[in-house]
Structure formats: structure tokens, C-alpha cells
Write a protein that binds this ligand. Sequence first.
Ligand SMILES: [Zn+2]
Ligand SMILES: [Zn+2]
Length: 244
Amino acid sequence: MAAPDLTVLGTGNAESLRYWNTSAWVRTNAGNLLIDCGFSVKPALHERGLSLQSVDSVFITHVHGDHVHGLERLGFESRYVYHRRPVLYLEEDLYHPLWEKCLAGSMGQTSCGSSRLEDFFDVRMIEHHTFTVGGCRFQTFPTPHTVGKPSYGLVINDRVLFTSDSTVIPELDAFFPHGFIFHDICLQAKNPVHATLSELIARYPLQVRQRMFLMHYGDEIDFYRALIDRQFLGVAEQGQVIEL
Ligand SMILES: [Zn+2]
Ligand SMILES: [Zn+2]
């Protein structure tokens, strides 16, 4: 298949033993973008014939370990093994929590002395919620995940919407009327920061759910597959490819 396209790298939640952290890989004719970089990123890339050395750029949706803890490995290996600086696209309000509150504790002091995020990555602050990679257009939008914590989803080329971690998003249909949606799902009966199956069914109309693949699921997903296949486009699968 010709680029650009999106490959689902991981579909699991943070607890999963069967699935990698939820993440995706966008391939364009001029570089690639890794969407989220959780602690399972290295084996997840390896399974698809990729590696940390292959990463040209990365986008982070929010600062939770299953979405950012792989940045330590990517940063260290890029700097000291591959001698390159991948681009890191960041919404402005993620910079401080990502570096000062999360990564600086391990990466802030190295054999080179005091280090900054910019020593590991070519940091690009996202302006007007839009950036492009190899002609692919990425638009960020705030998601309702953990109250008081910035988090973002992505619309890619107006073809694919990727929520990452989120509760139900009001007006999703009006905001993104066409195209595939990769939506967070929590299989527990209740959850304060993720959309549950019953909430998704109750709050999104069928015509929206029929554009929706569910991801960020737990190891019990097989029990729910028949119901999800009836009510949604389906369960997102690792290795699944969507043309952009
Ligand atoms: Zn998560
Ligand atoms: Zn999260």
C-alpha cells in the first residue's frame, strides 16, 4: 500500500499483558510520525519491523506513562546510539508537565551534564493546533480525559480521528462528520477518565459508532467482541492499516 497511511501499533490499556500501549504510526512520502510513545514502544515497533531508530517524529497526546514513558528510551538511544534528534511535536501546555514533572528526573542529568528536553528532541511547539508531516495534516483538539490535565486527540488529513484516552466527546459527529474514528474504550462498568462501553452506546448515535474502531482495551476484550461488532465498526487491531 502506498503512503500516506496509518498503522495501529498498540491497542491495549496500561494494564494489558496481551496488547501494546495504544499508539499508531503514520507513514508519509517524506518521513513518519509516531503517535504516543508509551513504555511498550520498543517491542511494539519491533513487531512491525520498525525500531526507535526509524522514528522521525513523535506526537504526545498527554502525560500518562502508557503514552510517554517510552520517550526516555527514544531520547537516550537517539542521542547516544543513533546520534540524531527526532522531532517532538508538543501542545504548549504539555511541555512543563512532560519535562519538569515526568522526564527530567531521569533525563535531566546525563554524562554530558545538565540536559534539557531539546538535547534529546527537536522540540516543535504546535501552533494553532495544526502541524504537517510529509504533506499529511494533523489537527489537535482537547479531549475530556482527566480533569485538570491537558490531553489532546488528533484528526489526520480529515480521514481519521484518534481520541487517545478520553471520555465521551460531546458533538463528535458535528466536529468530525466523515471518516474513521479510533476511540478509547474502557471495559469496566464505570470509569471516571475513560469512556465505558455502555456510555459509548448510549451517547453516540449508531451512524457515528459505525465509523468507530475501539482501542485502549484490556485483556478481556474477546468477551465483548460480538457486542462491539454489532454496535460499532469493530475492535481496533494491532497491525491494522488505514490509508490516509
Ligand atoms: Zn492510556
Ligand atoms: Zn491517560
